[in-house]
Design a protein around this ligand. Sequence first.
Ligand code: BGC
Length: 740
Amino acid sequence: MRFLILVFIFLLAQLVNAQKKTVDQRVDSVLRLMTLDEKVGQMNQYNGPWAATGPLTNDDNLLTQIKAGKVSSMLNVTGVARTRELQDLAMQTRLRIPLLFGQDIIHGYRTTFPIPLAEAASWDLEAIERSARIAAIEASAAGVHWTFAPMVDIARDPRWGRVMEGAGEDPYLGSLIAKARVKGFQGRGLGNTDAVMACAKHFAAYGAAVGGRDYNSVDMSLRQLHEVYLPPFKAALDAGAATFMNSFNDLNGIPATANKYLQRDILKGEWKFKGFVVSDWGSVGEMINHGYAKDNKDASMLATNAGSDMDMESRSNIQNLAQLVKEGKVKLSLVDDAVRRILHKKFEIGLFDDPYRFCNEAREKEQWNNQLNLDAEKDMARKSIVLLKNENQLLPLKKAGGQRKIALIGPLVRSIKEHLGFWSYDWPDDSIRITSLWDEVQKKVGDSKLLYAKGCNINDSSKVGFDEAMSVAKDADIIIMSVGEARDMTGEAKSKSNIHLPGVQEELIKAIMATGKPVIVLISAGRPLIFNWTADNVPAILYTWWLGTKGAEAIADVLFGDYNPSGKLPMSFPGTEGQIPIYYNYYNTGRPATSDSDRFYRSAYIDFSIYPKFAFGYGLSYTSFNYSNINLSSTSLKSDQKLTASAVVTNTGKYDGTEVVQLYIRDMVGSVVRPVKELKGFQKIILKAGESKTVSFTITTEDLKFYNNDLKYAWETGDFEIMIGTSSKDVKTAKLTWNK
Ligand code: BGC
């Protein structure tokens, strides 16, 4: 029997090898036929006929270029009809090499899911994978082969508008989410028509742009790069990410697009990445502005030599690369390598067998309004909501019957589009298919008991609506306020120096609070905002991010207790912009302040707290959880041993609830200084009211590793603290020693 199994495994391996060889051989057989110009064409990507996120170089001969084999891929072209039209042109080229259609499917296509940062607040890897899966199913049914996602940039700076696209500040959580998203997008694997190729971006360190200003420079130690910023990329690669995108920023003086260390040494060298790297929009040509390339020709040379395979929209490759090869400035072997990588993916997704395999009208129609997708969206939205405050158990509200008069006040009560967020798509029927908070609260309590006032706009200084809002508030028994950002206030090129709740919204909250009525505030935003007065004075606050198509239903479910919130913040919320960058896994320093009254020659601010307003990992539930009996299986270990750390978590409240139990570790003394705590595990558990569970984590020396001063990933013996708790600032601690 064992022999048979071995034979079977051997044959399977041969088969896999043979298939692999076939793709390699097929790639080579195409490559052998290609002229240099055709090869360069494969390293060129154009935007579709409308502008998206950057300046467009308008060629009226775009279609002619496709027919001439000068275009490998298009972005921002979706829909079966359109993609088919352009693919028809590619089929008129000499070698009939199919076009790849790429699109930013960041949080859904037809069904808009919560923004990625909101999804990260769910700490629910299965749900996040499902969200990416559905996005891929819908997009691939509309002819899309490739998504420019996930964005796996670690972000410690909420001024940076692109925080909304990532998983927040933590490399551990970020890595697990990167993996879940790649798995979701690529589903059962490339070659299935419901899979889209993932693209891990922006390689690398884009999230650390100086001052939180988009496209800005990044200057950081290699150790920080490896320890904090690269892990989610490695996780995406390990999960099989088909492609990577390089990035707008320079890293320590070298633009990422021409960064050989990043692309050739790490990604394609050490990590053995087999896919291809696309530039960011125009980032090859932008190296002229950086002062790194003297013209487009120079830029194409620098990018290609450094391992950037496909030029998105800068036209540097198409105009110069062939000449550069002729002049010996770029080796043909590098061009061949880039083209091989690109063709390989086109083969893998089956386009050479059937260039129209993603052009299926029936499938496109079926995915247009798919109820299962919408249900999954609602589930994801509910899981993403974070309860920041709930004094005197103001929430949940009673539904019809017990309820008194409710006033809905604020600029976002009746809005639809604002809740979809940046990087979402508009469809002509959105106003019919998507409901507002007003609609959904009405469904819960019936018409007669609802009042409404807008109060103010999102972002202007007018208070003319305040009086009406206050009189509506006075007439009500309870007030729900819906405030926050417009959908274009956080996103690409949406960096802000002031991240307070915009306009006069917080003043409106103060005015309504002055009526003395109980107030619940819902904050809808793409980034951590600052709202200290609200945080200190309003009894109940839900952070609802941008939740997508079914967001209003999800919020209403939470407001009325049909869902008990369990989200936990994936980013620290600052109390003032001056604290930024702010993150939980900082170094202790030589003069740590132990509290906000400990300021005398301490690492502190003389005018503000050092603590975030809301900490990483924080989030409440309608029930309460108590942590006790933290226990280690041993307090003295040897290198080959494992440790089990556990704690008893008890639901001490009146509701069944879900808790994200978090494990942090601190290495007390290191050959380089170590953070005060690092997330190393978490478990999402469900506890019935009154129920207790022992939650256990297995810890090995793998969990103790870090990049030392020689950039070696290794662990060191010594003393450690193991912390288990409900957030990064509320943990129970146990100590141990680990020896060789
Ligand atoms: C963004 C990328 C995006 C690309 C294509 C760029 O401006 O930085 O993340 O994928 O545009 O839309």
